[in-house]
Design a protein. Structure first.
Length: 361
């Protein structure tokens, strides 16, 4: 089906659940703070040691939102239009994040050694990041799948999930979706056990397939919540649900991680998603939630270039605790401001332009 044959309704994006947008923003800010903290402190001394679980929450949200947005229209849209819509939504910030990461890699004022890599290899690293091809070759960055923009590993799996959704899951009967979700839960528990009781993997060469296990369950769980309409009406509101979400990230790192981390991903996050979709939102928080949702993806995809610079600064200058606290608080605020600028000056205009071109062709 060509774009000319598509009705305007099929080209529109459905209205979001505002509280879920707000929770997405809370998760994005939490993972920025986690990335700052993990560069300095071991997990048992990191107050937000489980901030990395925000990625699993993103995956769960994604399954729900994709089902909500496309289940009833992907057949009319066709695969081509579905993939175009997802590329327009995701790819501009993948490219910008790669550019920022490359600049930080080449011109970090606090350290780094780009000179040990040939120009050809740096070009390959950059192109792999732009085209979402895992290329874990930067040793000093722990062989991240995407060495110049580390968070892109989760976008790689997001793309995989979108492809599987379009080819298989959108047509899969609910009973088979339940079976797949149960299998995925077992795979996730196995991955956690094999990794010594942690679900932190997925970002690097040695643990790349852990990311597949993480999205396998969480995306299916989100889709399952939508398909079965497992929405729990409640009055917790945005503040109440934000506190509940933060509790998962602030959960202490302990010898019980092999139980607590899988339970959070398998049970707690799907429950929060069900509650978030059914919670009443007061008018006073609506604008905040919408803003929080809009800025979450730009923040997630642009912050890590500065995290590498922060690590090099910490390594070379060894700041004290009070200075670190100031840097992390100020850095998080500045990165949020940068994300807002990126959203307004780049992400929204580029997506509007690409969407208009898509409608014309």
């Amino acid at each position: 089906m060509s774009t000319k044959e598509l009705s305007p309704d099929l080209l529109k994006t459905k209205q979001h659940f505002e509280i879920l947008d707000g929770l997405r923003g809370i998760a994005a800010i939490s993972i920025v703070i986690f990335h700052f903290m993990e560069m300095v402190y071991l997990p048992d001394k990191n107050f937000i040691a489980h901030g990395f679980l925000a990625v699993d929450f993103f995956f769960c949200l994604s399954g729900f939102v994709i089902g909500y947005a496309y289940d009833d229209r992907i057949g009319k849209m066709g695969l081509g239009q579905f993939f175009k819509s997802r590329l327009i939504r995701l790819q501009p910030l993948v490219i910008l994040g790669s550019i920022l990461g490359l600049l930080a890699f080449l011109f970090d004022p606090f350290g780094g050694h780009p000179e040990v890599y040939s120009a050809g290899k740096i070009i390959l690293i950059f192109l792999a990041s732009v085209f979402m091809i895992p290329f874990p070759v930067i040793e000093e960055r722990s062989f991240n799948l995407f060495g110049i923009n580390a968070p892109a590993w989760s976008l790689f799996w997001e793309y995989v999930a979108n492809i599987v959704y379009a080819l298989v899951l959108c047509r899969l009967h609910r009973r088979y979706l339940v079976v797949l979700t149960v299998i995925a839960a077992g795979v996730l528990c196995y991955v956690s056990h094999r990794a010594g009781g942690s679900l932190l993997g997925g970002w690097g060469g040695p643990n790349a397939w852990d990311g597949g296990a993480r999205i396998f369950y969480s995306f299916l769980a989100g889709l399952l919540i939508f398909r079965f309409n497992l929405i729990i009406k409640n009055k917790l509101g945005f503040i109440g649900l934000s506190v509940l979400l933060l509790l998962a990230f602030l959960m202490p790192y302990s010898k019980w991680n092999w139980i607590t981390e899988p339970l959070v991903v398998l049970v707690y996050f799907p429950l929060l998603l069900s509650l978030g979709a059914g919670a009443a939102l007061s008018q006073g928080f609506k604008k905040l939630c919408v803003f929080s949702g809009k800025i979450s993806y730009p923040l997630y995809m642009t912050h890590y270039a500065f995290i590498w610079m922060f690590l090099n600064y910490y390594t070379s200058h060894k700041p004290g605790t009070s200075q670190l606290t100031l840097i992390i608080i100020t850095g998080t605020i500045l990165l949020t401001c940068i994300a807002y600028f990126v959203m307004v000056a780049f992400d929204i205009p580029v997506r509007k332009y690409l969407t208009s071109k898509r409608k014309q062709n």
